[in-house]
Write a new protein. Structure first.
Length: 248
């Protein structure tokens, strides 16, 4: 039977005396009904995990005894996904799958064609919610590197951010100028990029102005094949093929 996994932030990680607090302690004690003597896995989201034994368990606090600690290497390439927010709960799915596929950072984008409109406190609440989705995905799939989910920004703001200066920048496009990943990589020469940023548009794609801004910022138009994909499918497909090429 697989051991339950819990998260302890790197800032609270003490390899000599680990403990769960807050929501993680509540989940361990009140939801999963763990008991003293049970063995669990804890991870810090920065590559370290520990098989530990529950020493004591009480409301709001679970004391653990580390037994075996392992270190997971970081992904061979840092992948950033700039994802226009789709409608409904599809963003949850995208974040979940992006986490499983090894994305290092996910930036929700407010495109001109984004159906969901957010401002003020909504931006913070959504960021916190989506960060929890990424955390739960890490727990489920055994990923020890927790991706950062940024606060939603406009496409223009994103293109002015550090992520938009990665050496390898791609924007999913359905234009005649779009190239396959194989052809784009061939133009890079023999050396594979160590980081990549991928832009995925909303339903109806980015506006021509947004595509133009991305191309002016050094993004190469990436073809995802002859079929027009849903936004969430495009994100999963793009991360899969780019991750395969850069992390293989």
């Amino acid at each position: 039977m697989a051991k339950h996994r819990f998260y302890i932030p790197e800032s609270d990680w003490n390899p000599e005396a680990l403990e769960l607090t807050g929501d993680e302690a509540h989940h361990c004690r009140d939801v999963l009904r763990c008991q003293a003597g049970d063995r669990v896995i804890v991870f810090n989201g920065a590559g370290t995990e520990s098989e530990s034994e529950i020493v004591s368990i009480e409301k709001g606090r679970v004391e653990l005894k580390p037994l075996l600690t392992n270190r997971t290497d970081p992904p061979p390439a840092r992948l950033t996904l700039g994802q226009a927010i789709p409608k409904g709960k599809n963003m949850d799915l995208i974040i979940q799958k992006a986490t499983e596929l090894g994305a290092s950072k996910i930036v929700p984008l407010l495109s001109e064609r984004t159906v969901v409109q957010l401002d003020g406190s909504d931006l913070v609440k959504k960021q916190e919610k989506w960060q929890r989705v990424a955390l739960e995905a890490c727990k489920q799939c055994g990923q020890n590197w927790l991706p950062e989910v940024s606060r939603p920004v406009t496409v223009e703001q994103f293109l002015q951010s550090p992520e938009a200066t990665d050496s390898f920048r791609l924007v999913a496009a359905i234009s005649d100028e779009a190239q396959s990943l194989k052809d784009i990589l061939a133009e890079q020469g023999d050396q594979r990029p160590e980081s990549a940023t991928i832009l995925i548009g909303p339903e109806g794609d980015f506006t021509p102005a947004e595509i133009s801004q991305a191309l002016s910022s050094g993004f190469a138009p990436l073809s995802l094949g002859p079929i027009v994909l849903r936004s969430e499918t495009a994100a999963i497909y793009a991360l899969s093929v780019v991750g395969y090429e850069l992390m293989g």
